[in-house]
Design a binder for this molecule. Structure first.
Ligand code: DX5
Ligand code: ZN
Length: 228
């Protein structure tokens, strides 16, 4: 399997989250964000244990990968990622992000993702010390800083998020490796600018795009705000 996602390259990435899409019209929703210039598609996977909600599984990723060229950025909010990594890789995930707070061994999960030819991501929840990512920097392609408590779309960006983002950016700089710094939760044009100033280069947005009266315009406004 080869990933459609390359190393961080100084450009801005916008990744609409289909959690907020109208699932009846999923094909049309994906086409809309594709035409608006989305870079990746963010797929939130929830298991009802790690977070109090359920969402998508490998079958959704498989259908998407057969029908869209957009790279699939899959966020595993699951307690036991090792059970699911292979299925998501086979289904066509281009990035697989696991949580540092999950129950499985983080390094084992990341090495399995890498072995399967998929880009490796590690996420931290809003209350997790950003310094905990340090031991994994040499194998990571992306760090996902949660800017809301994971589980639901449509929440507000937590005010202490910029401090977390800056702390992660400093570690990426020190590691001297091309690692994406993604933010997820409550991202709109205003908070995207704040996150960008703190050092983010990949921006997930669900509600701000899919619930907007003009989703294409909303995506473009986020990109403009994030380009600093
Ligand atoms: C939250 C998910 C997010 C969510 C973001 O648990 O990880 O990806 O879809 O949605 P918004 O942009 O509406 O906060
Ligand atoms: Zn997410």
């Amino acid at each position: 399997m080869t990933s459609k996602i390359g190393p961080a390259n100084g450009k801005i990435v916008i990744a609409p989250s289909i959690l907020s899409a109208d699932l009846w019209n999923l094909a049309k929703e994906v086409q809309t964000v594709d035409e608006a210039g989305a870079d990746w598609l963010h797929v939130d996977v929830m298991d009802g244990h790690f977070v109090p909600n359920l969402s998508f599984g490998p079958a959704t990723v498989k259908s998407l990968s057969a029908r869209t060229d957009l790279p699939l950025d899959v966020h595993l909010m699951v307690q036991y990622p090792l059970r699911f990594i292979e299925a998501f890789a086979k289904a066509g995930a281009d990035m697989l992000t696991v949580h540092i707070e999950a129950q499985d061994d983080v390094e084992e999960a990341l090495l399995l993702i890498k072995k399967l030819g998929v880009k490796t991501g590690l996420s931290i929840k809003p209350d997790t010390d950003p310094l905990r990512i340090q031991p994994f920097l040499s194998i990571l392609d992306l760090i996902l800083v949660m800017t809301v408590q994971p589980g639901f779309g449509g929440q507000s960006f937590l005010p202490h998020s910029p401090a977390h983002i800056s702390a992660v950016r400093s570690q990426i700089k020190a590691a001297k490796r091309p690692i994406w710094l993604e933010v997820d939760g409550g991202i709109n044009a205003q908070t995207a600018a704040e996150a960008a100033h703190a050092g983010a280069d990949a921006f997930v947005a669900g509600n701000a795009i899919f619930a907007a009266a003009q989703p294409k315009r909303a995506l473009q406004d986020i990109r403009k705000a994030a380009t600093i």
